[in-house]
Design a protein around this ligand. Sequence first.
Ligand SMILES: [Zn+2]
Length: 237
Amino acid sequence: MTITCYWCGAPKTSKEHVPPRCLFPKTKDAPQLGNQRKNLIKVPSCNIHNCEKSGDDEYLMCILSVNILNNALAETHVKSKILRALKRSPRLMAACFGTHQDIAVSEDGGKALQPTAAVKIDDARLERCLEHMARALFFHKYGSRHEGSVRCTPEFVVAITGPDAIERNAQYEEFRRACDQAFEHQPKEGQNPGVFFYQFHPDPPDQMAALLRMTFYEGAKATAVFCAQQNAQADAG
Ligand SMILES: [Zn+2]
């Protein structure tokens, strides 16, 4: 039997780590954390659908790991592996942080503001990365490809410009609350939960084939809706 790509069904040419391996600190960079690369998930992939080959994996690593709500493990990763990657690649630096802007935020909803920085996210690129992971996790979990469409939504974006920024942020906040509620008691999967865990909702709404939440560094989250087959056909038609 030919082994085929988790996304398109073409013959396998390589294996894709999901999430990309670079998100997981190496033991030499953080010996105090123990082995954070235990039993990483791998799926068969073609060249087109291998995140590592497209260079998107490093972009994803940078964007996810600098999230303000992340755990200390992410900080260790930023100070070692990510700084090295950014020093090595001015292009990566420009892609991730070329548009950064200094802002102040309140971490606890109080009046004390902490200085931090915001980066403009390449939405299309981030969504592509998230879709790779979502489809790969579906394949890993259910043993077959999801043939319909997938919509991924990062839960860690904020609007800082535009006349409707306050409204948009209220919508984002409502979405995050709904996700928190839906996944609060669902089992977590993943062998290195400080870096990454995922949750498939056991009882997704009717119009969905599956509903997934991915959590990185215990802070940066994203949700993926796998549209049921008839919707995918209706979209295409
Ligand atoms: Zn493929």
